[in-house]
Design a protein around this ligand. Structure first.
Ligand code: SF4
Length: 91
């Protein structure tokens, strides 16, 4: 498994800390491109999330194919490789 250590760290942190995106899975895991309102909304949640560091480290290591992780939108390129788009708010 890619990013096993980062996943373990994030998973352990989530046992005692709730992420700001809890309850918003439909937005954070959408496989289509996010519109500007969604990017702004998710960036605001991520910027103040107590799991921002752990989430970002996992996403950078795992390079998920879809979704918004630590304020960055990940999506597949035309060649099928993961791409990421960093939002202005979390840059
Ligand atoms: S930093 Fe990660 S865990 Fe926190 S709200 Fe953003 S996507 Fe969710």
């Amino acid at each position: 498994m890619r990013a096993r250590a980062e996943y373990q760290t994030l998973s352990e942190a989530m046992q005692h800390t709730r992420p700001n995106c809890e309850g918003w899975a439909d937005i954070f895991t959408a496989d289509g491109p996010a519109d500007i309102e969604t990017v702004t909304f998710t960036a605001e949640l991520c910027c103040t999330c107590p799991l921002l560091t752990e989430c970002g480290e996992f996403a950078r290591a795992a390079r998920p194919g879809v979704g918004i992780w630590a304020g960055i939108e990940y999506k597949q390129s035309a060649a099928g490789r993961p791409r990421k788009t960093q939002t202005k708010e979390t840059a």
